[in-house]
Design a protein around this ligand. Sequence first.
Ligand code: APR
Ligand code: ZN
Ligand code: ZN
Length: 362
Amino acid sequence: MAMISTRGVVARGKGEPVQVTEVLVPEPGNGEALVRVQACGVCHTDLHYKMGGIGDDYPYLLGHEAAGVVEAVGEDVTEVQPGDFVILNWRAVCGQCRACKRGRPWYCFATHNATQKMTLSDGTPLSPALGIGAFAGKTLVAAGQCTKVNPAIAPATAGLLGCGVMAGIGAAINTGGVTRGDSVAVIGCGGVGDAAILGARLAGAKTIIAVDIDDRKLEWAKDFGATHTVNSKKTDAVEAVRELTDGFGADVVVEAIGRPETYKQAFFARDLAGTVVLVGVPTPEMELELPLLEVFGRGGALKSSWYGDCLPSRDFPMLVDLHLDGRLPLDKFVSETIGIDDVEAAFAKMEHGDVLRSVVIL
Ligand code: APR
Ligand code: ZN
Ligand code: ZN
């Protein structure tokens, strides 16, 4: 079958600088869609792939927070058609697994990707980041990974809903169940934490406390709707959250870092019967120790949020429409737009905390 040539950002080996090189993309087969990528955000997960933190399946085709236009679809595809403007998601719901059959498709245990492989020009198969691989002019995905949304939204803004922003908004609304009048604390105010703040505000939370160790991040958090900020380098996070909630703790605490010490802060900064949501992703060696009596005595729920427990087909179009109505300033997450050759530089900015998101325009 004819392969389509494009350029993509490839990580060839552990820790090596990424390369922009020729990538060959198969024409879509059964259940697949070929997407012309318009924008793709630079996420920590891409850096993890490059650094070997996710696996050893080099070469990786990086990029997964993307939006674009469907160019072609395989024969049996009904979800989308050529010309549709779509956000790519990395959890294509299968409809068949036990989670889907129980009516909880956002937990789908058998999410799927394209079957055919994209390759380097010498035929070496690529491992696409999170089954997407969208730092490329074109990419091949499972049709279910494409969610059609209103094309009036800027692609750079839309793409971010495909990962970090959806994870944060969903952590607050879907997993945490934040609702009108709630008090919410968010620990860690990067892109994911700020999205949780935005989600909490959208849901009508009354008090939204941003916790971070970086004053610059706390300033940005205010812009997303934080009513109070706490620098946990200078002040005890748990005490501060209690003080700001009449001595009780927050109804919902979102941990958007993924570390045992900040998880513990989340646990103790929560009111009785409150909810802790872990959306930050820990590393394999991390362990958590908590007094079991407190786990019982404080009641409530300790939850993890996979991809914001989102259902792309339900949540992406809704959030895009809210944005277009002027009720959800998603464009604030786009710190800068860059070219495909600038991903390595963007990783450095991300590590220094200089940006919420750099977005590659293709
Ligand atoms: N206490 C408080 N804040 C902290 C601490 C700490 N001990 N350590 C780091 N932070 C803050 C940083 O200052 C930064 O503002 O947490 C924030 C983390 O943000 P980013 O590094 O930009 O990460 P982000 O993209 O928001 O993702 C956060 O969610 O999806 C996961 O893999 C992702 O684990 C990561 C997390
Ligand atoms: Zn399923
Ligand atoms: Zn991501």
